[in-house]
Design a protein around this ligand. Structure first.
Ligand code: COA
Length: 424
């Protein structure tokens, strides 16, 4: 048994944000039927192609454990099939541009009429308001949600992050909304509409920066290195470089080999409780009690000097040696791991967070597996479907189309190029 076994999901998502959400639902055991435009499919199938003729990694890595049906939802027969899918599904997920579902003739009111128990889950760039009609991609959300404004160095431009907090982050938010709505349906007997806006999702993840915005009104942000450097604060939460986001000062420091290896760095936190250990390790035992160094508030205006001294020490060690020395002493550190290192990490492979997947068009590729582990609902990562691979199976098996009726649908042009002889 999987946690969401018995739950059917009509997956009308594309690109990254929505597919991240439905992939999680599939990993938790839901039967996810991805509806794609005939002959075209999710645009990511053919974006950033690395193996000519094969589905891209962009697509395959976001659409595991799903089935795919080709369906033109603007064609009359296509609408009929979509209506029947809505009848049998528990959840419908979409992340079309604002208004697209309404324009297809499937407003929330209409969907509820078809199936009052269905949960309609939508991702849009913005919530209701002046920007609600905008199309939005990852970096736009990072910029509009407060992430870019607070990422980078205070004397440089705003930066977007590598982690896809706008797309995958909002997919996670939506997924939580869906399972919560499924839980409420147990008692209410009704479905409901679940909405997650990318701007809201990013702002939620940048919550600590809104905290700092309000602290700023009461005085300088003393833990920001900008304060120690004597640079005055402006009106908004500044970019904090690699300063730790919490109350414990931290920086990224060079390690042995940094001259040639762009990832020979470690994160190093001078947590108050570990200060004596830090002093021992770096060879400055007198700092433990020395006036101006002994307590966290005294150290605030000397953080640059302190981290420069720590860096003199980290530069004599590899990032892994730093970890081996500091961990037993409860000094929080973290190596900067490259994608190459993560892909080869034995521990992550053992837990299923990094997996090898076999694909008929592209051979073996590496993917991120399910990052959430349920002890009673283990995840087997199954390759993404080819375009329309399950069209016939869904029409006949799930929707019960048979004989002439099935032929009518297959010949209507609504479901792509299905092998009709095989269907007969
Ligand atoms: N059959 C028929 N038509 C289909 C279809 C199908 N199976 N699937 C999609 N379409 C149609 C849509 O109805 C829409 O038609 P319309 O413009 O006439 O209403 C059209 O395809 C294009 O869909 P749209 O969502 O506008 O795609 P886009 O490529 O222009 O925009 C996004 C892409 C991501 C910008 C946009 O979908 C969006 O803003 N989504 C919400 C926010 C989001 O999730 N962004 C992050 C994506 S990672």
């Amino acid at each position: 048994m999987k946690a969401l076994e018995g739950i059917k999901v009509l997956d009308f998502t594309h690109v990254q944000s929505g597919p991240t959400c439905t992939q999680l639902l599939a990993w938790f055991g839901a039967d996810v039927i991805k509806v794609e435009r005939p002959g075209v499919g999710d645009a990511t199938r053919k974006q950033l192609v690395d193996v000519p003729g094969a589905d891209s990694l962009y697509f395959t890595m976001l659409n595991h454990n799903k089935r795919s049906i080709e369906l033109n939802s603007k064609n009359e027969t296509g609408k009929e099939v979509l209506t029947r899918l809505i009848e049998i599904c528990d959840v419908m997920v979409e992340n079309f541009a604002p208004g697209a579902l309404d324009r297809m003739g499937f407003s929330w009111e209409r969907i509820q009429e078809i199936n009052p128990r269905i949960i309609l889950a939508s991702i849009k760039g913005f919530g209701p308001g002046k920007y609600e009609d905008c199309k939005v991609y990852e970096n736009v959300a990072q910029c509009a949600g407060g992430s870019a404004s607070t990422t980078g160095f205070h004397d440089g431009p705003p930066l977007v992050t590598g982690a896809q907090v706008g797309d995958s982050g909002t997919g996670l938010h939506l997924c939580l909304g869906i399972v919560t709505a499924l839980y409420q349906r147990e008692s209410s007997g009704r479905g409901q509409k679940v909405s997650a806006a990318m701007q809201d999702g990013v702002l939620n993840l940048a919550r600590v920066k809104l905290r700092d915005q309000q602290r700023l009104a009461r005085g300088p942000l003393t833990e920001y290195s900008q304060h120690g450097e004597g640079i005055p604060f402006g009106e908004a939460t500044p970019r904090a470089g690699n300063d730790s986001g919490g109350g414990q000062p931290g920086r990224i420091l060079k390690c042995r080999g940094w001259e040639t290896d762009p990832n020979a760095y470690t994160y190093f936190i001078t947590q108050a409780a570990a200060w004596t250990q830090v002093c021992e390790v770096i060879g400055e035992p007198e700092w433990k009690t020395k006036e101006g160094y002994a307590t966290p508030p005294e150290r605030l205006d000397k953080l640059n000097e302190i981290f420069e001294r720590i860096e003199q020490w980290t530069m004599t060690k590899t990032k892994f040696e730093v970890m081996e020395i500091c961990n037993p002493r409860n000094i929080p550190v973290g190596p900067i791991l490259s994608m190459k290192e993560l892909m080869e990490d034995e521990g992550l492979r053992e837990t299923g967070t990094i997996v090898d997947v076999e694909h008929p068009e592209r051979g073996t590729y590496v993917s991120v597996g399910c990052p959430i582990k349920l002890s009673d609902s283990p995840v087997d990562v199954i390759r993404s479907p080819l375009l329309g691979e399950h069209t016939q199976e869904v029409l006949a098996g799930d929707l019960g189309y048979r004989g002439d009726d099935l032929m009518r649908v297959l010949e209507s042009g609504a479901v792509g190029d299905v092998n009709k002889e095989a269907a007969e």
